[in-house]
Write a protein that binds this ligand. Structure first.
Ligand code: 5AD
Ligand code: SF4
Length: 479
């Protein structure tokens, strides 16, 4: 590949950090590819691997939609692909290490197929350090682009494959909210629906506000049209996506907020609505009322607590004390019938003491979460927390994580045991690979159920009597 360095657009964390009050324009794209680009993928296959969160999953569906519009078809393995794209996550170092491992691992495929194009996109390219490493260490990566450049994929791919130029294009600032990009949905009855992009919370440990830019909401009419279209096509469940959905609408001129959007979404009549993620700081009573009053808004809330200690929460920039979290939790539990809860927790934040960690265990005892995603703190270059000197040894952090995980499992099992004997509604995903008489699906409260049935269709709602359980799933029989 040629290297035309002057054409490269490299990431810049400083400008990614800036926020302005400028309105974000909405661009209703007419997605019309020039003929040369439209046929580029004919006889060619792509392989896409997505890491990380649901926002990335949803971006993967747009990438797949664009590639299919260019004539590419899906390859089942990297070996049979002409274009391999890694859609990456930057939230923790171990996720990044896995990607670098994979990039190294894919190198040999370029020897057997010299025309193979290898690309890296998603959150990692938004980091200066990552692009430097790719430039220095991984010359076999041909294409690098960021989270704000997805709509440019046809042009970028054309440049790489026709001009044989190594191409790097990472915008550090978000552009317009772009509507009408093609999308290839990976699910048949469950779909992701973006309601907003970016994050302005700037929790001190988190890279997301830098990699995904300023908070910007889609217009309600675009979101509702997407939900209605999904419903008409037979989709049963949608998940409204945003880094912090509570902030929805704050950047729009209308008197609109997440509670109102959620009510409008429920009024479309689609069977199941979920949303993620909610920040405990601006979870309003109006939101609670809406969740409690619509049957098709699922009683399941992901409410990241991060730590059980108010001093740590303060240094994390979380904007709530642990007492405030507890009172919100109690209110939600009282007002939303049979609601299930999950959370995110970070252990080993710089200088976390044993007592502070004990308070994290205490909050788990208090809330008895149905599920928790637990992590060891990982310093992210460019974030304020990364500058803090840390005195907690790695093995202490590992021990804390193990202790926390065993407590989390205890409550997951206890909560599941409470389902035994009950009959619950399950949205069927499909039969088990090993046994055609066993099916799986999810309850309204987002619990996985494996159940016996003579027959069940994927996408069907069935009633299942729960007879047994394990820590991470329920077991039952179709009634
Ligand atoms: N280190 C560890 N965990 C992190 N998370 C975000 N940033 C970091 C980090 N630097 C976790 C938070 C967040 C979840 C998506 O990832 O718990 O809620
Ligand atoms: Fe990161 Fe905090 Fe924004 Fe979540 S709310 S994406 S943890 S900065």
């Amino acid at each position: 590949m040629k290297e035309n360095k002057k054409d490269w657009i490299l990431p810049d964390l400083k400008s990614a950090q800036k926020r302005t009050n400028n309105d974000i324009p909405i661009e209703r794209l007419v997605f019309d590819l020039p003929e040369t680009v439209r046929d580029m993928g004919k006889q060619r296959k792509y392989y896409l691997r997505t890491y990380g969160c649901q926002a990335n999953e949803r971006d993967g569906e747009t990438i797949a939609g664009i590639l299919q519009a260019m004539g590419y078809t899906l390859a089942m393995t990297p070996e049979e692909a002409d274009f391999i794209l890694l859609n990456t996550c930057a939230v923790r170092k171990n996720a990044e290490d896995r990607v670098f491992g994979e990039i190294g691992h894919l190198k040999h495929l370029k020897i057997t197929n010299p025309d193979l194009i290898l690309g890296v996109c998603g959150c990692m390219p938004q980091e200066e350090e990552v692009v430097d490493t790719i430039l220095k260490t991984y010359p076999h990566v041909d294409l690098v682009f960021g989270t704000h450049n997805i709509h440019r994929l046809p042009q970028l791919l054309y440049q790489v494959s026709m001009s044989r130029e190594r191409t790097i294009e990472v915008f550090s600032k978000e552009g317009e909210v772009i509507e009408n990009l093609p999308v290839q949905r990976f699910g048949k009855h469950k779909a992701w629906v973006n309601i907003m992009y970016g994050c302005d919370k700037f929790c001190t440990y988190c890279i997301v506000p830098y990699t995904r830019g300023k908070e910007r909401s889609r217009l309600p009419e675009d979101i509702l049209a997407e939900i209605s279209e999904l419903k008409d096509r037979g989709f049963k469940e949608i998940t409204l996506l945003g880094q912090n959905v509570n902030a929805y609408g704050k950047d729009l001129k209308d008197e609109l907020n997440f509670a109102k959007l959620l009510a409008f979404a429920a009024q479309t009549g689609i069977d199941r609505i979920r949303f993620t993620t909610s920040h405990p700081w601006d979870f309003t009573d109006e939101m609670i009322d809406v969740i409690a009053s619509f049957k098709n808004i699922m009683p399941f809330i992901h409410l990241p607590v991060q730590s059980g200690n108010s001093d740590i929460l303060k240094i994390m920039g979380r904007r709530y004390t642990i007492e405030e979290y507890k009172s919100l939790f109690v209110k939600l539990k009282e007002r939303i019938k049979d609601c299930a809860f999950s959370t995110d927790i970070i252990v080993g934040f710089p200088n976390e003491t044993q007592e502070q960690f004990q308070q994290t265990l205490d909050i788990v005892d208090f809330c008895q979460f149905d599920n928790a995603f637990t992590f060891i703190y990982s310093p992210r270059e460019g974030t304020p927390a990364a500058k803090m000197v840390d005195n907690v040894p790695k093995d202490v952090k590992k021990k804390r994580l193990a202790l926390l995980n065993s407590k989390v499992s205890e409550y997951a099992l206890k909560n599941n045991q409470a389902y035994i004997g009950k009959t619950v509604e399950v949205l069927v995903d499909g039969p088990s690979k090993k046994n055609p008489m066993i099916f799986s699906g999810y309850t309204q409260t987002q619990k996985l159920v494996n159940f016996k049935a003579d027959h069940a269709e994927s996408g069907q709602m069935v009633d299942v009597k729960i007879t047994d359980c394990k820590t991470w799933f329920l077991i039952g029989e179709k009634v």
